[in-house]
Design a protein around this ligand. Structure first.
Ligand code: TXA
Ligand code: MG
Length: 324
């Protein structure tokens, strides 16, 4: 059997036996292990080449399952969970004793989400019956590389490690959203967004009735806070417009479909909406790398709704040496 599988039973069996399995979600693919198997979790860090103190997100099948990992969740956060799960929302709250230091990077909070992908929800439900209460799953890319939005992307990054260790990739098709979940800190009396995503600040405000704060995740402990986290090998250049610029010929170009490709550039994506822009962004980065391009020029969509999350990822990719 190859590394790519489509059978949930095979995935469940592998995870119960302590193997890793990449899983599809609506945001990006995650590299999953039983959240209470510390040997398997150590292997996630090894496979990704990820620093050991970076905290992981626990994936569960519903709010009830989440409340085994989170305590003292404020009422507003439960409202948010009820409204958005399954969906691209991660809540960071006070941890229960289930969440150990290996998962939280030594912090007293834990990150939890319910992914909106039918295959993975069935897998999580099936594992729960077997007593597995959650899957930790960072994005299934090599550390510092672009997150994968297809099973083939995971294969391109990790197949050597996975096939050598009897691990799998559960293929659930391309990810619908394409950028990582919105992370909301849920330890205080109002929501604080630590990482923007498809669930916008406006939506969080309208669900909770509370003003939303913007927070910086705590330094390099939080891997998404490292600027290089989302970078392709090509140099990413954010542009203000597509005319009167000195473009280096033979470079890549990403913009909404109503923007014409400047002379001499290679079009990597022409999404029709901001949502489609998010869905196609990482694939376009990878294509640029496959073509060996030196530069990728990007004209961002309007910075509202998911446009804000797109700008966040693109600016991080554009300044890979800058820690924020
Ligand atoms: O959409 C997603 O969230 C994807 C899919 C696979 O679910 N996962 C993902 O995982 O993006 P990863 O490991 O690439 O990013 C997890 C982020 C960390 O970088 C950090 O920012 C945050 O989750 N995080 C985890 N635990 C935290 C904690 N206790 N406090 C603050 N942030 C935390
Ligand atoms: Mg990641």
């Amino acid at each position: 059997m190859g590394v790519l599988i489509s059978d949930i039973d095979v995935a469940a069996e592998a995870i119960s036996a302590g193997h890793l399995c990449a899983i599809p979600t609506e945001t990006v693919y995650g590299l999953a292990a039983d959240a209470r198997n510390s040997q398997a979790i150590s292997r996630i860090f090894a496979a990704k080449n990820r620093p050991q103190d970076h905290p992981l997100i626990v994936h569960v099948s519903d709010l009830e399952g989440a409340l085994e990992w989170l305590i003292d969740l404020p009422t507003w956060a439960q409202q948010l969970a009820n409204a958005c799960w399954p969906g691209p929302l991660t809540l960071v709250g006070q941890r229960t004793s289930l969440a150990n230091d290996q998962i939280t990077g030594g912090q007293n909070t834990v990150a939890v989400r319910v992914p909106n992908h039918a295959t993975t929800l069935r897998l999580l439900e099936q594992l729960r019956i077997q007593g597995i209460l959650g899957l930790v799953a960072p994005s299934a890319n090599r550390f510092g590389h672009v997150s994968p939005t297809t099973a083939e992307h995971v294969n391109a990054d990790l197949s050597d490690y996975l096939s050598a260790n009897g691990d799998f990739i559960l293929d659930g098709g391309p990810c619908g959203i394409g950028i990582e979940s919105t992370i909301v800190l849920a330890t205080g009396d109002k929501p604080v967004i630590l990482r923007p995503g498809a669930i916008s600040a406006e939506l969080v405000e309208s669900i909770t009735g509370l003003a939303v704060g913007q927070g910086q995740p705590e330094g390099p402990r939080v891997s998404g806070a490292l600027a290089s986290h989302y970078a392709p090998r090509a140099r990413v250049v954010v542009i203000a417009n597509s005319i009167n610029q000195n473009f280096e010929h033979g470079s890549g170009f990403i913009a909404l479909e109503d923007v014409q490709t400047p002379d001499g550039l290679i079009r990597l994506a022409q999404p029709s909406t901001s949502e489609a822009f998010a869905t196609e962004l990482y694939k376009a980065f990878r294509q640029g790398d496959e073509l060996g391009l030196a530069n990728i020029y990007i004209l961002l969509p309007h910075e509202s709704g998911i446009g804000l999350a797109i700008a966040d990822r693109v600016h991080k990719a554009a300044h890979p040496d800058k820690e924020i």
